[in-house]
Design a protein around this ligand. Structure first.
Ligand code: SAM
Length: 216
C-alpha cells in the first residue's frame, strides 16, 4: 500500500517522513491525552524493573512515552531513546530539557530499530509504541528480543485495527499488524504477562493496547 513506509535495515523512509511531521505529531498526541493515559497505566501497573535498569524506548519519536516512563520511575534508571528521525529526537530533547525530574537518566540515539546498537541480552526493558508498525513485525520483534536479557521485559503498545486506527494509518502512513500475528510473534520470544485495554474514554484506547511480555 502506498502509505506504508516499511523500513528495512538499509532503508527507512519513515525517518524522513517524521522529520517533516514531528511538530504536528507531537502537538496531536499532546492534545489527545496520550501522556495522561500513559501516566495512569504506569501508576496502576508499575514496570518490573529495579534501580539502575537499562531501558530502551525503540522508536521514541518526540519522546512522549520516554517522558512518561521517566515521570513514573521512582529510582534512577538508564533510558536510551532511539529513533530514525533527527527532528523528532530534537523535539524530544527540548521537551526533556524543559521538564523537571532526573533528566540525566535519558540519552538519545539516532538509529534503526531493525539494527539496534546494543549487545545481545544487554537490556532489562524495551518499550515501543507505534514504531513496529513501520517494520516487518517478525524482524522488529526478533531484534528487540535479541537485546533483552532473559527474564527482562518488553512493553509493546501496538495499534489495534479500529476505525480510529485506520484514520491514523492514513495520517501517519503505517500499517497495523493483525492481532493474531502480534500474539504469535510475541510468543516466539516472550511469555505474555498481560494485555491491557485503555479505558474507552481515553482517546488512546480507541486505537491502542499495552502488552507486557517477559523474555523466555
Ligand atoms: C507513531 S510515532 C511514535 C512515537 C513514540 N513512540 C510515541 O509513542 O509517541 C512512530 C515513530 O517511529 C519511528 N520509526 C519508524 N520506523 C523506525 C525504525 N525502523 N527505527 C526507529 N524508529 C522508527 C518514526 O521515526 C516515528 O518517530
Amino acid at each position: 500500500m502506498e502509505y506504508v513506509l516499511t523500513a528495512t535495515k538499509d532503508e527507512a523512509r519513515a525517518g524522513s517522513y517524521y522529520d517533516k511531521i514531528a511538530a504536528f505529531y507531537d502537538l496531536t498526541f499532546k492534545l489527545n491525552g496520550y501522556g495522561r493515559s500513559l501516566d495512569q497505566y504506569f501508576s496502576n501497573h508499575p514496570l518490573p524493573v529495579s534501580r539502575g535498569a537499562r531501558i530502551l524506548d525503540a522508536g521514541c519519536g518526540t519522546g512522549l512515552l520516554t517522558l512518561a516512563l521517566l515521570r513514573n520511575m521512582r529510582f534512577p534508571v538508564s533510558i536510551t531513546a532511539l529513533d530514525l528521525s533527527a527532528t523528532s529526537i530534537s523535539a524530544a530533547k527540548k521537551t526533556l530539557d524543559e521538564s523537571s525530574g532526573r533528566t540525566q537518566d535519558v540519552t538519545f540515539a539516532e538509529g534503526n530499530l531493525l539494527s539496534l546498537p546494543f549487545a545481545d541480552n544487554s537490556l532489562d526493558l524495551v518499550v515501543t509504541s507505534g514504531a513496529l508498525e513501520y517494520v516487518p513485525l517478525g524482524e522488529g520483534m526478533s531484534e528487540i528480543a535479541r537485546v533483552i536479557a532473559p527474564g527482562g521485559h518488553m512493553l509493546h503498545l501496538p495499534c489495534r485495527p479500529t476505525p480510529a486506527s485506520t484514520f491514523l494509518e492514513i495520517l501517519f502512513r503505517f500499517k497495523s499488524h493483525p492481532r493474531p500475528q502480534i500474539l504469535a510473534e510475541t510468543e516466539r520470544h516472550f511469555r505474555m504477562v498481560h494485555e491491557y485495554r485503555f479505558p474507552p474514554l481515553h482517546i488512546i484506547g480507541w486505537s491502542k493496547t499495552a502488552m507486557l511480555a517477559q523474555k523466555r
